[in-house]
Design a protein around this ligand. Structure first.
Ligand code: SF4
Length: 287
């Protein structure tokens, strides 16, 4: 990966930000790796030497790393284990996950994960958090036979504002989020599904075939909406998600309907870093 410094940030800071200490240990897949879309993972591997990102784009990842470093160097209470990587073998493949904090209580262990994230992620709880923490729970119960009683995110909200409003708006800049717990059977089925998706993609790559496409969810596809508009008026009268309702309103309002197609935000914003090598995105294919 080539890192640019387009905004002339100080060299010492750039050096610190360039350090990439991510590891999946000796496992074939980490929990976070399994959660990545297989196509993104393989294209990144293939084009690693050509991917170019500016150091300023690593700010949020850097803040997350810095937070973990501070916590790592702080003495933990005796009933807590910090940053332990656990390994398990699933269907012949070794997977691993590094758990931020295991906090032992009288009834069992609570798993904590620290995240530097946005207010939006807390208001609309990310499915990825549910998947990640349930995989950690499964790893703990499988490898340590410890009972896990709660899964929690400690979220540091980088865009929190004192003036934020709305019933679900977080009350403070650091909040905790309870994550729903799956059964071991549900988690095992989910891990197998992810493992198979990655295996299938690798097989396609090895046979020189087209990689399986990213799904709409993986592409962060926004919803297609229907704006009810009227000639001579700049703004829409209403924007609806139902085309039928929009058409009915347009008749009543003596207007017309403008379709606003959903956009694959991960692709369009190049958050996957590989959109220029992705035929699915380049050809405008929508799954
Ligand atoms: S550009 Fe979109 S479809 Fe292609 S790899 Fe990235 S996220 Fe997936």
């Amino acid at each position: 990966m080539n890192i640019t410094n387009n905004f002339n940030l100080p060299a010492a800071l750039v050096n610190a930000m360039m350090k990439d200490e991510y590891t999946k240990g000796s496992s074939e897949y980490s929990v976070t790796g399994l959660l990545q879309p297989p196509k993104v993972a393989l294209l990144r591997e293939q084009y690693d030497s050509q991917i170019e990102i500016d150091i300023s784009d690593k700010m949020f990842a850097f803040l997350g790393t810095a937070l973990h470093k501070v916590l790592e160097s702080t003495k933990m209470p005796d009933d807590c284990t910090f940053e332990e990587r656990l390994y398990a073998t699933v269907d012949g493949t070794q997977i691993s996950g590094a758990i931020d904090v295991q906090e032992r209580g009288p009834f069992g262990t609570t798993i904590w994960d620290y995240k530097v994230t946005s207010v939006w992620s807390v208001i609309n709880q990310k499915q990825e958090w549910v998947e990640q923490l349930n995989m950690y729970k499964w790893l703990m119960e499988t490898t340590k036979q410890e009972r896990v009683v709660a899964l929690k995110i400690c979220a540091f909200l980088r865009d929190w504002s004192q003036n934020g409003n709305g019933t679900n708006y977080p009350k403070a800049s650091i909040v905790t989020v309870d994550i729903p717990i799956w059964t071991a059977t549900e988690t095992e089925a989910f891990i197998m599904e992810r493992l198979n998706a990655h295996r299938k993609a690798k097989m396609a790559r090895d046979f020189g075939e087209e990689l399986p496409p990213c799904s709409n969810a993986e592409r962060w596809m926004s919803e297609t909406t229907f704006a009810v508009k009227r000639e001579g008026r700049k703004t829409a009268i209403r924007v609806l998600t139902s085309e039928q309702e929009a058409k009915e309103m347009a008749v009543k309002e003596n207007g017309y309907v403008e379709t606003r197609l959903g956009e694959p935000r991960r692709c369009a914003g190049n958050y996957c870093q590989v959109n220029k090598w992705c035929s699915q995105y380049q050809s405008g294919l929508v799954e």
